[in-house]
Design a protein around this ligand. Structure first.
Ligand code: ACO
Length: 323
């Protein structure tokens, strides 16, 4: 079996907040130029009071199903990548299942921070290849605004809220025409757990933990580890840099994204960038970018798309898909 990306969807909370608005709102000693020059971020969306990860994720999932022309009866499994679940349990995936009115199949959450969506794609691909599910919703949904220290200007300006989803449909390999998820390459190294972590329990219903980050340390690991994961994925499929149609990277920082483009010999026009408008939405950033680039016609059927991410754990990885 092959897992085809049959539909993509995204959802952003209504409120978009520019760097200047954020500084005034939260009383931060920062400027639009400091944030934009170092990160490329100009604004981010912030969830409304009471709006949780499952609310955002359910909307993104519906958009993905609509693009796939799939009804909820096709959904066998729901995988949610999130660091901001509604609560410790039930899983946000099962909350979303309830919101979509699905009463069969199964769902669970997966915690790999910003790498969560890449991890979840790998797991969903395995479920489909082994025949355990045929229709799988893979959702990244985050309400980071609830786990930020709004007095720490070094972290709180970097993140935003949002959700993205894909609907994967299993088809027999001989009917896939080379399309679908090709392979996922997942990595973790717990020695670096403290350079990016949440210092306590948290969830989008409330909670006490906040994001702590040693930004320069994270930066040092990012480009090397991401480039190695992408090269590993290409080599595993007998492909090279010249075969890449689109790079859809995790959207943490424009400087990391540009450096990745250079490493892969891709012009910036072949890289999907949303960090300027969404900031870092962690596990939601790749599916949000996919939703944008499939809707505006950049990603076309047959294109080879590289997805890569690094995040807390440290976790990192890359997935290749032929659309
Ligand atoms: N506005 C103004 N000044 C600030 C701000 C701010 N928002 N934040 C920090 N500063 C100040 C610091 O206080 C410090 O001042 P000092 O020199 O007087 O002590 C100065 O700016 C430099 O601080 P650094 O933290 O060293 O800034 P740096 O140049 O490293 O940039 C950044 C910080 C943008 C986070 C950078 O380290 C980076 O890009 N890291 C990559 C990690 C990343 O993108 N993380 C996102 C989440 S992780 C992920 O998704 C992979």
């Amino acid at each position: 079996m092959r897992a085809l990306i049959a539909g993509t969807g995204g959802y952003l909370p209504a409120r978009s907040v520019s760097n200047d608005e954020l500084a005034a709102w939260k009383g931060l000693d920062t400027t639009d130029s400091w944030i934009a020059e170092r990160t490329g971020i100009r604004c981010r969306h912030i969830a409304a009071e009471g709006e949780t990860a499952s609310d955002l994720g359910a909307r993104a999932a519906l958009a993905a199903l609509a693009q796939a022309g799939a009804g909820v009866e096709e959904v066998d499994a729901i995988l949610v990548a999130t660091s901001t679940p509604d609560s410790a349990f039930p899983a946000t995936a099962v909350r979303i299942q309830g919101k979509l009115g699905i009463t069969r199949g199964f769902g669970f959450d997966l915690a790999a921070a910003c790498t969560g969506f890449v991890y979840a794609l790998g797991v969903a691909d395995a479920l489909i290849r082994t025949g355990q599910a045929r229709g799988v919703l893979v959702i990244g949904t985050e309400v980071y605004s609830r786990i930020l220290d709004w007095t720490d200007r070094g972290t709180c300006v970097l993140f935003g809220d949002g959700a993205g989803a894909v609907f994967l449909r299993g088809v027999a390999a001989e009917h896939a025409g080379g399309r679908g998820l090709l392979s996922s390459h997942l990595h973790a190294d717990g020695r670096f757990g403290d350079i990016l972590h949440v210092d306590g329990g948290a969830g989008s219903n409330g909670g006490t933990g906040v994001v702590r980050m040693a930004g320069r340390e994270v930066f040092k690991h990012a480009v090397t580890k991401l480039a190695a994961a992408v090269d590993e994925a290409l080599a595993a499929n007998g492909l090279g840099h010249a075969d890449i149609g689109w790079l859809v990277p995790h959207q943490a920082n424009l400087r990391i994204i540009e450096a990745m483009g250079k490493k892969l010999h891709l012009p910036l026009e072949r890289v999907v960038v949303t960090v300027d408008r969404h900031a870092n939405t962690s596990a939601a950033s790749i599916p949000l970018a996919l939703a944008e680039a499939t809707r505006d016609g950049r990603i076309q059927r047959g294109d080879l798309v590289v997805m890569e991410a690094i995040g807390g754990g440290l976790t990192w990885g890359a997935t290749l898909a032929r659309f």
